[in-house]
Every structure is written in structure tokens, then in C-alpha cells.
Design a protein around this ligand. Structure first.
Ligand code: SF4
Length: 392
């Protein structure tokens, strides 16, 4: 085990060539081979998401991001420099890249991002869902679907969504791709005009889809954030304020910010107060990324079932029951999501909301329409600033 709070040497190697992770590194024994753990899948009782044993990071001091990249570290050495600003997004009179346009938007007003509910491997479904959201939300958060492990490569998915007129905030995970494959995706995403890249470690193959596949986990989310930032992307990461170790989640976020993240998606935390508390703790840890708070969208039993499959989900008390027991669950779901968005947008430091969830099979476009309706109700002007297609 490494000395507590010592800057770790392994990540610099891990982002270089032919790195081999030593067996005495922090997190040795983690099924995802994480260096900057723990992941967001730690169960509420502290057990690993993969097996019946305690998460190996629970007793490990937060692993520090090394100061191996002077230019990046200088740029990120204080909280304000990590936060998107209009100045940093507007280098010249040249047309803004999608990433620069999203930075400028974040510096201008609060944003609305929506999970992307389209069917995997179905270009028509992607186009239809993008059409339902275009002009209404600022970007689709299009990550790999947990239900369908074989899917279009992220860069191709981003291309299709952009073709349909919607900005893309691409979710990229380390589960099925080694560092070389991730580097290729990051290059493809830049070429396809992704507005941002959301860097996650990903679920283990043993937790569900495709247990026959070997998990890769060559990098983890913090390392991927650094890689994506070096590739020129606007980078976001996720953090789960209610997932053990609760008292060190903000410290972990701080290391992700030092690695290159500018935006933090705050996982479902049970309402505005836990989000306010987490933002305060992050400030105390020395970082102030743009915080985008996740808001559950539930319209029926199918979408409720899908939401329940999210790891370490915490909802406001009575949230699901209030929708599913209503005479008109669809309307009640829209009302509940809108209310929670409005509460979260009042919290100081919240830069936007992420409409989160998905539909039962066959309900994808209707679900996208519903998320668009919530965005319409918020009246932030979302969708008006979608980045132009790179070829236009
Ligand atoms: S919960 Fe996540 S970080 Fe902890 S040991 Fe398991 S896979 Fe690793």
C-alpha cells in the first residue's frame, strides 16, 4: 500500500507507454484495476459492486493526481481556472469549435442536458430521438447503454446525432476499450464535433450485460479525463455524493478536476440539499467545476424500472411513488422532474441539469419528447445554442 496522500507515480506511467500497474499500488485487488478509485458503484454498505467483499478503496486515502504535467497543472492549479469561462472559450473571431461553444454557453447561462434514450445499433432511432430533442436541450448525453453492450462506437454515434441537428455530450467508458482504443475514440469524437466528453470508468462486465466479455479497464475515469483534456475536449466526470466513502467523494472529485475535468455531473443524490452540501464540500476541497445535477425522469413503470437499474440511486423521498400512484403518471412525472430541476437550478454553483433516465423498449422517441417538454418548461432557452456541424 502506498504512503497516505503521497502523489502517486503510477498514473504518469499509465498515460505513457507500456505502463504496468504494480501490485502494491492503491486499489490493488480492485476488479476494475482502478488507480483513482473508488468507482461510483460501491454499495451503500461498502461492498464492491462486483462481489461480496469490501471495496478496496474504503480504507485508502484519496489518491492524488500527480503533478507530472506542468502546463496542465498550472492551468488547473486553482478552482476558478478549471471552471469554463467566456474568455477561455473565445480565443478569436474564428468559428467556435463545439467544445468552445459549450464552454461559452456554460459561462453564459445554465444548461439542460438530456440522457439519450435511442435504441442501440439503430440509426433511425438515433435520428428520431435526436429530432425530438433538437432545439429543446443543449446537448444529448449519449453514453453506452447499460442494457445493450454491443453498440455503435461513440464517435460514429456522435456523428449520427450531430447529423440530426443535436449537440452531443458523449459518454466514454473504459470497460471495453484499452488506452489505444480510447485515444482513437477521442480523436474520432473531436473530428465528429462532440461538444464534450463525459469520462467514466464504466460498469464491470460481471454486473450485467455480456459477462462473457473480458473487462478491459486499462485506464480509469480520472486517467481518461486527463487523456480527453489533452486531446482538446471539454471534459466532464461524474461523482456520487451519497456513495461510500461519502466524506471523501468531494476529495476524489478534486483529483479529477486536477486531472483535467471542467464539469461534474452530480449523480442522483436525493434532492437539492445534498447537491448543495456536495458543492460546498468540493469548494472546501479547492475546486469549483461547473456542476450539472442529475434529475430523474420517470413517466411510467417501464422508465421507473430502468431508473432503478442505475447504481447507487438516491431519489427524493416519495418521488417514484408520487408518480406511479398518480392517476396520470406521465403528467405527474413531467411535473416532478420540472419541480426538481427548478429547485436544483436555484442552488449556487449549479450550472445546469441533466434529465436522466430511459424508456422501456418501444418508448424511446416518446421519452425523448417528454424530456424535451421538461426542457421547454424550464424556459432557459436551451437548444438555441447548438453548435453548428463541423462541415457547415
Ligand atoms: S466497488 Fe468499484 S472501486 Fe471498489 S473495489 Fe469494487 S470495482 Fe473497485
Amino acid at each position: 500500500m502506498s504512503a497516505p496522500d503521497a502523489p502517486a507515480a503510477a498514473p504518469a506511467e499509465a498515460l505513457g507507454q507500456a505502463a504496468v500497474r504494480p501490485t502494491d499500488r492503491p486499489g490493488a485487488g480492485c476488479p476494475k484495476q482502478m488507480h483513482f478509485g473508488p468507482c461510483g458503484g460501491v454499495e451503500f454498505d461498502g461492498t464492491c459492486e462486483v462481489g461480496e467483499f469490501a471495496c478496496v478503496f474504503l480504507e485508502t486515502p484519496t489518491v492524488r493526481w500527480p503533478t507530472a504535467e506542468p502546463a496542465l497543472q498550472t492551468a488547473l492549479s486553482n478552482a476558478e481556472s478549471a471552471r469554463p469561462t467566456a474568455e477561455s472559450a473565445l480565443p478569436s473571431s474564428e468559428p467556435l469549435s463545439p467544445a468552445a461553444a459549450m464552454r461559452a454557453l456554460l459561462a453564459t447561462r445554465q444548461i439542460v442536458v438530456a440522457d439519450f434514450p435511442a435504441r442501440a445499433l439503430d440509426a433511425r432511432s438515433l435520428a428520431d430521438c435526436a429530432g425530438a430533442l433538437a432545439g429543446r436541450v443543449d446537448a444529448a448525453l449519449a453514453g453506452d447503454s447499460g442494457r445493450n453492450r454491443v453498440q455503435f462506437p461513440p464517435a460514429y454515434r456522435a456523428h449520427l446525432i450531430r447529423e440530426a441537428g443535436l449537440a452531443v455530450w458523449t459518454g466514454l467508458n473504459c470497460r471495453d476499450r484499452n488506452r489505444v482504443a480510447l485515444e482513437g475514440e477521442l480523436a474520432g469524437l473531436a473530428d465528429a464535433g462532440a461538444s464534450a466528453v463525459h469520462c467514466v470508468t464504466g460498469d464491470h462486465t460481471l454486473t450485467g450485460g455480456r459477462p462473457d466479455a473480458q473487462p478491459v479497464f486499462d485506464l480509469d475515469s480520472t486517467e481518461l479525463a486527463a487523456l480527453a483534456r489533452r486531446a482538446g475536449h471539454l471534459v466532464s466526470v461524474g461523482e456520487s455524493p451519497c456513495t461510500p466513502p461519502v466524506d471523501r467523494r468531494a476529495a476524489r472529485l478534486a483529483e479529477k478536476v486536477r486531472a483535467g475535468a471542467e464539469v461534474c455531473f452530480v449523480n442522483h443524490a436525493g434532492g437539492a440539499e445534498p447537491v448543495r452540501r456536495f458543492i460546498g464540500e468540493s469548494h472546501e476541497a479547492g475546486v469549483a467545476p461547473a456542476f450539472v445535477a442529475c434529475v430523474p425522469v420517470v413517466l411510467d413503470r417501464g422508465s421507473a424500472a430502468l431508473l432503478r437499474s442505475f447504481t447507487t440511486l438516491v431519489l427524493p423521498e416519495g418521488f417514484l411513488e408520487g408518480i406511479l400512484d398518480a392517476t396520470d403518471p406521465h403528467r405527474a412525472g413531467l411535473d416532478a422532474a420540472t419541480r426538481l430541476c427548478e429547485e436544483l437550478l436555484q442552488v449556487e454553483g449549479v450550472a445546469g441539469v441533466n434529465l436522466s433516465g430511459g424508456a422501456a423498449d418501444g418508448g424511446e422517441v416518446a421519452f425523448a419528447e417528454a424530456m424535451g417538454a421538461v426542457a421547454d418548461r424550464l424556459g432557459l432557452g436551451a437548444g438555441s445554442a447548438a453548435a453548428p456541424h463541423p462541415e457547415s
